[in-house]
Design a protein around this ligand. Structure first.
Ligand SMILES: Cc1ncc(COP(=O)(O)O)c(C=O)c1O
Length: 411
């Protein structure tokens, strides 16, 4: 099996590094892609569950644009809906009627939702969610859980990050995933001061095994919030519509007050949403939060089509099955080669780690070997399955993964 080279990607990155801070910044930064020479940087085109880099190499994509791609790149149903709306109006002096239709679709799809509010990015909605919680309760403090990611707004970053000050986070308290007792203790100590608790529905940090909620964790947190007048916020930005169409809380059996969605909502069109219960609606209306492109109608039409298409094809079940097949295949392959592949999280977005080397170097090497043979695997982040991944894609991936294991041994 031929391995890829990335001459054009590397040359373009060198040019970019002179004129763009960090060359490629944020979650697309090559920094965590180790060995970096095994990865492409720039994408030429994409179709279904595949993309091609600017050197002409083809990949089966297991990152799905880090989540947004859920129904396949260039999905004709979604693109047609978006295109028809764009021809009428996209960015206008007021929203399109599609905004109301989309809000209705979300209200009809997500059991806790009595209303929906739209923005562009996940961080727009997680920020808005804590503003709404504060407006509702008249309290300042927000609890978030260590290792949880909610975007780049200063409140959600660590004060030791560049550009963040202690005053940005003075009302942010860190809890711990699956540690209910610590959470309860803190809430008791600061009775009447906590506006909201925000968390992802399960723990999916980077560079670490992912963790499902312990039995009863969410139900206890929900009760605590109800008893203490604390707003419970689920950050479903990454997980939303991959575990359950009604919000990932439905998958885990609990009811928050607010849910933030983004990623899979628009199949790549820029849109995010905060949904909430009736009780939260006045507070949501009182908070001022908006943006130049937040009312663009094209992504709203795309999101409407995406929600309907996800339901029509039962994408949640399809991704679960595809992910399970991939996981079983990879686990067996690892075993056949004398390794142990630990797989955590949900099958539609699992995190993988070869446990034979605690430093991650072996795992990084394996992911790199697979990537340069055409299955784009990252070693630091959960992967994503889409409804466009076919059985043939999985078969081809397993062949590539097998070759990658052989290459590990040779080296
Ligand atoms: C759980 C979670 N919340 C919030 C965000 C922030 O979303 P965005 O990058 O669109 O602002 C992300 C992005 O990866 C995320 O995974």
């Amino acid at each position: 099996m031929k391995t890829y080279t990335y001459k054009k990607s590397q040359e373009l990155f060198e040019k970019a590094a002179d004129i763009i801070p960090a060359g490629i910044y944020g979650h697309f930064s090559p920094a965590p892609l180790v060995p970096v020479t095994d990865y492409p940087f720039y994408i030429e085109k994409a179709e279904k569950a595949h993309f091609w880099d600017i050197d002409g190499n083809e990949f089966i994509d297991y990152m799905c644009a880090y989540g947004p791609m859920v129904l396949g790149y260039n999905n004709p149903v979604i693109d047609k809906a978006a295109e028809e709306q764009r021809k009428k109006v996209n960015c206008g002096t007021g929203p399109g009627a599609v905004m109301v239709e989309l809000a209705q679709e979300l209200v009809d799809t997500v059991p806790i939702a009595d209303w929906a509010f739209f923005g562009k990015n996940g961080a727009d909605m997680t920020l808005y969610s804590i503003m709404v919680a504060r407006a509702k309760t008249g309290r300042d403090k927000i609890i978030r859980l260590k290792g949880g990611y909610h975007g780049t707004a200063p409140w959600s970053q660590s004060p030791d990050h560049h550009g963040i000050t202690f005053s940005d986070v003075k009302d942010i308290v860190l809890g711990e995933w699956n540690n209910y007792d610590a959470l309860e203790k803190y809430v008791t100590q600061h009775k009447g001061e906590i506006a909201g608790i925000i968390s992802t529905p399960y723990h999916h940090p980077t560079f670490e095994d992912n963790e499902m909620p312990a039995e009863g964790f969410w139900q206890k947190v929900e009760n605590l919030c109800k008893n203490e007048g604390i707003i419970l916020i689920v950050d479903d930005v990454r997980t939303g519509f991959r575990l359950h169409m009604g919000g990932s809380n439905e998958y885990f059996g609990f009811k928050p007050d607010l849910i933030a969605f983004c990623k899979a909502l628009g199949n790549g069109y820029p849109i995010s949403a905060l949904v909430g219960t009736k009780d939260m609606m006045n507070a949501a209306a009182n908070v001022f939060h908006t943006g130049s492109y937040w009312f663009s109608a094209e992504p709203m039409a795309a999101a409407l089509a995406t929600l309907r298409e996800m339901k029509r094809i039962n994408s949640v079940e399809k991704m679960y099955k595809t992910g399970t097949r991939l996981n079983e295949g990879l686990k067996q392959l690892a075993k056949d080669h004398g390794y142990n592949l630990k797989i955590t999280g949900h099958p539609a977005m699992s995190y993988y780690r070869l446990t034979d080397d605690p430093t991650l170097m072996l795992h990084q090497k394996w992911c790199g070997e697979a990537t340069k043979r055409g299955a784009y695997f990252t070693s630091h982040h959960n992967w994503f399955i889409s409804a466009a991944h076919t059985d043939q894609d999985i078969d081809n991936t397993l062949k590539i993964a097998d070759e990658a294991f052989k290459a590990l041994k040779e080296k």
